[in-house]
Ligand binder design. Sequence first.
Ligand SMILES: [Zn+2]
Ligand SMILES: [Zn+2]
Length: 180
Amino acid sequence: MPFPVHILNASSLPLAELESVAETIRQLLGLSVSVAQYRLELERAFDSSRVQYNSSVLIAHILSTITSSEKQKLITIVDVDLYIPVLTFVYGEAQLDGTAAVVSTHRLANEFYGVEENRSLLLERLTKELVHELGHTFGLFHCKQFECVMRASTYVEEIDLKKMTLCEECARRLFEKIHN
Ligand SMILES: [Zn+2]
Ligand SMILES: [Zn+2]
């Protein structure tokens, strides 16, 4: 199987729930997807003035701790609030056309917005963001198609509006990337 995807769980979500997320991603992308528990040293990415975690620092750290081949994708799930210096926050970050990505559940959870917890909605949003960041690791850019999972999302409502799937054009690009 080309490009196995490894989901590394550094969040408090139980592995059993992530297994079902992995199964969905397996079906969506046609890739082998594994899930494992992962201990990430979050402290090194903490910015005390922002009270947030620098996602680029985390990605560099993940790559330094795991021996991986170029043909693998490593996507780590955390539950802390992530940022990159030019943005207030990010749901996730990926190396464009690279190996590693990180996604946070922090702003995907209803509780963050003072709304009642909804576990299945959280997992749905998480799946979309995982597919989105994986798309970036396969070299996909943001897409203007309204329902495409590669559409950029600034608000959680925008994540809810898009689908888990890639539009035809993004799907074609991904297929080429995987099979060439
Ligand atoms: Zn993006
Ligand atoms: Zn698209």
